[in-house]
Design a protein around this ligand. Structure first.
Ligand code: SAH
Length: 442
């Protein structure tokens, strides 16, 4: 259903593309698509800069580059020179990544911190919330934090909210006191979440939490191999076999669904563990369901952080959702009972857009949904139009692709310079632009 507001916005955007076609703003639009974000801001004729951004830009220091420079550049060289490598380890990243990730507090844990002092530049609308994998290469979190107004990341493991680990860093300027969890509290152990597996669960498999749910699952061949290995034993398998089986079970999050039968989780089980409604991703292929769920927010975790918004936006919230995926952020807000007045959603995957759109329709949302595809094409002109139509954004949220940051991707784990993860700088660019426009009332 297209609302009047959407028609107006479409008309304004059409006018804008007409201008582009007729050469009025061609140069600028081309630049926006091709040059790094920081350069765009400098070049863009309409960009006036705002004090907070300028100050921030001065402070901005690419920690990743600094680490590399100190290392004498590149992994190979680091390997070749053990000495250099050691020196770097002492001086590198200033962001401390804790072992036990409870952030500024999680439900049922003694609260570590109920107050924090945000850097001046981070204060003021809009609220922002950025997410990515905690265990990123050295320097990544320093760069992210410095880019996002020097806000200290909050590292949280979702196993405090559900039966699966998910170590993530969140950089946000939300208040942190009086948070509350979504109700009902989901089961916190594998056994409580999947009671039917109890019957087949061997006593020597002591897991009660899953490791981080991934974008791919273990193969049918693996299930077969495990079965064969166990069936060769009489009674409890020898330690070596147990070790092998447990290693595979932990790696692929296998569950016991028959005698000696360790199988991957079903997509609907992953939906439940990640806090999504049943059948949320149904209709997409199995491969896509695992992929989108493996990349998504854990809803209960994010909702805990967003819960402070409930008292601030009783009449609804306007969201700029970058890298929307299957809508983890929107589902969290909806489940908290915060009406979605308008969502401008930017997501490049057709499959994810379709999953998110179905959820929007099924939950009878009455707000406006604007769907865009590529964050790199979200220009200042478009942002200006959305900001004036909606009266600004209350929340800018997003978790940019982690493909080049995760531990499992050895080939392309090249940090924020990686082909996909570099899109973090689009989050930074867009947030900066929105913040400046809102500060200067356009
Ligand atoms: N937080 C989301 C998932 C984020 S994963 C959720 O809850 O589901 C990163 C997402 O960025 C993926 O869905 C990927 O398709 C999307 N993406 C990758 N490149 C993009 C681009 N250029 N513009 C917009 N989205 C992009």
């Amino acid at each position: 259903m297209i609302s009047y507001l959407q028609v107006v916005i479409q008309a304004l955007l059409l006018q804008q593309s007409h201008n582009i076609a007729s050469g009025h703003v061609e140069q600028r639009t081309m630049n926006l698509n091709r040059v790094p974000a920081k350069e765009v801001r400098k070049m863009s004729p309409g960009y006036r800069g705002c004090p907070s951004t300028l100050k921030k830009r001065k402070q901005l220091f690419n920690a990743e580059e600094r680490v590399e420079r100190k290392a004498g550049i590149g992994r190979r060289q680091q390997k070749e020179s053990g000495k250099n490598h050691k020196i770097v380890r002492v001086e590198e990243d200033q962001v401390h990544i804790p072992k036990h990730m409870i952030g500024f507090g999680v439900p049922n844990e003694p609260r570590l911190k109920v107050q924090r002092k945000l850097p001046e530049a981070a204060i003021g609308p809009p609220y922002f919330y950025f997410e990515n994998v905690a265990c990123a290469p050295k320097g990544v979190w320093s760069t992210i934090s410095r880019s996002l107004y020097e806000v200290e990341p909050e590292f949280v493991d979702s196993l405090h909210f559900c039966p699966a680990a998910r170590k993530r860093g969140y950089v946000h300027n939300l208040p942190i006191c009086d948070r509350f969890p979504l109700k009902p509290i989901p089961p916190l152990t594998i056994q409580a979440a999947l009671p039917l597996t109890k019957k087949w669960w061997p006593s020597w498999d002591r897991r009660d939490k899953f490791t981080c749910l991934r974008t791919r699952i273990g193969s049918a061949k693996l299930t077969e191999r495990i079965k064969e290995a166990l069936e060769r034993c009489n009674g409890d398998p020898p330690l070596e076999t147990q070790k092998y089986v447990l290693y595979q079970c932990k790696k692929w999050n296998l569950v016991w669904t028959g005698k000696n039968k360790a199988t991957p989780l079903e997509p609907d089980e992953q939906e439940m563990l990640m806090g999504y409604p049943q059948n949320h991703t149904r209709g997409a292929s199995r491969t896509e369901r695992y992929k989108t769920l493996g990349n998504s927010f854990q809803v209960d975790t994010v909702a805990y952080h967003f819960s402070v918004l409930k008292r601030m936006f009783p009449n609804g919230i306007t969201v700029l959702s970058l890298f929307t995926g299957i809508g983890g952020a929107e589902i969290a807000l909806h489940r908290l009972g915060i009406p979605l007045k308008a969502v401008v959603s930017v997501e490049v995957s057709e499959v994810s857009r379709s999953i998110f759109r179905s959820w929007w329709e099924q939950t009878n949302q009455t707000g406006d949904l604007i769907e865009l595809e590529d964050v790199q094409l979200l220009s200042e002109d478009k942002l200006k139009i959305y900001i004036s139509s909606f009266g600004g954004f209350d929340l800018v949220v997003g978790g940019s692709p982690c493909n080049n940051l995760t531990g499992s991707n050895f080939h392309h784990r090249n940090g924020l310079k990686g082909e996909h993860s570099v899109l973090f700088f689009e989050f930074d660019r867009i947030l900066d632009t929105v913040k400046c426009m809102m500060a200067s009332n356009l």
